[in-house]
Structures are given as C-alpha cells and as structure tokens.
Design a protein around this ligand. Structure first.
Ligand code: SF4
Length: 237
C-alpha cells in the first residue's frame, strides 16, 4: 500500500486527507469505491448544511436521463449479477422494459455523447426523456434501491428549489446546486486508467448492453497512486 496525502480547496474550505492506495497496478473499477466516498465528502463540503431540498422517497429525478461512466456500468452489472435470484429477475425485467420504452421513443440515437455537445439539443433531449416517464430500473418505492452504490452523477444531482418542482422540471423552476467540480465527468475519461481518453458515457438503462460486450478484467491497469493523482489533478483543473 502507498500513502497519498493531499489538500484540496473547495470554496472557502479545505479538504485535507490521507488515503491508503494499492501501490500495485489497479483498474479504474478498483478505485471506484474510494472515489464514491471522496465524492460524498467533497459534495458535503461544497454544499454545507441545510440548503439542499432533496429528500428520501422523492424519486422524481430518477426519471431523468442519467449518464454513467463505463467503469460504473461494469460495477453496476456486477452488483446486479450478485443479487439474490428473485431480486435480480425483477431488476432485469425493469431494465428490459426501460430499454424497450426508450428504443420505441427513439431515445437511443439521441443519447450519444457526440449528439449532446450542443446545449440546446441536450436541454430538449432532457425534457423529452423526462416526459416519457421511464423510471430508473433501480428505483423502488420512489427510493434508490442501490443508494450506497449509486452513480456519481446521481450523487451530484442536488437541488435547492422545492422538491415538488422536480415533478415538472423546467429551467425556471429548478435550481441546481452548482458544484465546483464533478467527479462523474472526470471519470468519463478514465476508461484508460489515466484520464486521457475522450469523454465516454453510457445512459444508465443501457448499462447491461455495455457490460455484455466488455469486462472489468480487460480494463487497463495503472499504479493506484498514479491513477488517483491524475484524477485529483483533473479535479483541481
Ligand atoms: S441509480 Fe438510484 S439515484 Fe440514480 S437514478 Fe437510479 S434510482 Fe435514482
């Protein structure tokens, strides 16, 4: 193991931490649990107390298009695979239904990173996606059934406007929390383990298709401290 100490300024606060990371080469999926915990601390420091109106049991935002990194797709596929058979069958059924509904609405073609570079197109797609009412396959009783393992983009989606507004979102009624950095967007570039690849993400309902053609074992390996320092550097930038 290798010790990595760092200081990160977040608004008026400073995060000081020491992490133990495997010094041998690891895959991005091995770093993910550390990034999830670190992102939670980063968000808590950036947001402070009281301002966020998101509440347990409010799953309105879980009907939006959720982009996830390739690493998270592989991780969530593993999580589903490890579920007890009965639960797994229910989750797989919801994935199949979500993919079918999105395909029927022609969303697959619109959910490509390259087609979403234009802000106007992105906004229109987001509203059309929400209007379909396709719930995330992990949503159960309006709560996230994989809360501890939820994607970084879900952790980072926070609002300060009244929770009731999220049922009919618009640019005027939703006030998003603006974070000084998004771990999710950095991880989109870490399929190569170093953060040098082009942005690549997958719409959450299509994660099983990605995982069917890719394996965590095939992810490139990079020494843990180097991978984490590259991530920190991109965050600082
Ligand atoms: S993973 Fe959880 S938090 Fe994210 S959209 Fe799905 S149900 Fe909601």
């Amino acid at each position: 193991m290798a010790e990595v100490r760092f200081e990160l300024r977040v608004g008026d606060s400073v995060i000081e931490a020491t992490l133990q990371l495997p010094s041998e080469p690891i895959r991005p999926i091995d770093l993910l649990p550390i990034l999830q915990k670190f992102d939670d601390g980063f968000i808590a420091t950036a947001v402070g107390d009281g301002a966020v109106s998101c509440r347990a049991g409010c799953g309105a935002c879980c009907r939006q298009a959720v982009p996830i990194s390739e690493t998270e797709a592989l991780n969530l596929a593993r999580l589903i695979e490890a579920m007890p058979e009965e639960r797994k069958a229910r989750v797989l059924e919801r994935f199949a239904k979500a993919v079918e509904e999105l395909d029927r609405a022609g969303m697959r073609e619109r959910l490509q990173p390259e087609t979403l570079k234009e802000k106007d197109l992105q906004r229109k797609m987001a509203l059309d996606y929400f209007a379909l009412g396709v719930a995330c396959p992990f949503l159960e009783d309006e709560s996230c059934s994989i809360h501890t393992d939820r994607p970084l983009s879900c952790r980072e989606y926070l609002v300060t406007s009244p929770a009731v507004n999220c049922a009919a979102p618009s640019a005027e009624t939703i006030q998003m929390v603006r974070l000084p950095g998004k771990f999710s967007e950095i991880l989109y570039r870490f399929g190569d383990g170093r953060g040098n690849q082009a942005t690549r993400w997958i719409p959450l309902p299509f994660l099983l298709e990605y995982a069917a053609g890719h394996s965590a074992e095939d992810q490139p390996k990079v020494p843990g401290p180097e991978m984490f320092r590259n991530f920190l550097q991109q965050l600082a930038e």
